[in-house]
Design a protein around this ligand. Structure first.
Ligand SMILES: [Zn+2]
Length: 79
């Protein structure tokens, strides 16, 4: 059972808040979720809030356009 990335929504993570980079959107899951999505935590995701990362993913296909060279398409098992 995999955990859904809070940014792109694909099941790419082992568990919540594990500080793992999502390979599909390049958001690093630091436990941020809906309740504090607009907060800029200045931790692993730098200036990026989860809310902004979601907007970027919808628009560019990555948590930030500068991550585009690193990401990959979601696997069928991650849908
Ligand atoms: Zn993701």
């Amino acid at each position: 059972m995999r955990y859904r990335c809070p940014c792109c929504g694909y099941k790419t993570l082992e568990g919540p808040g594990a500080l793992v980079l999502c390979p599909v959107c390049w958001w690093e899951d630091d436990g941020q979720e809906d309740r504090d999505a607009s907060e800029v935590r200045l931790t692993v995701n730098g200036q990026l809030s989860l809310k902004q990362a979601r907007v970027n993913f919808a628009q560019y296909g990555a948590a930030d356009p500068r991550f585009l060279p690193y990401i990959r398409k979601p696997l069928v098992t991650e849908m």
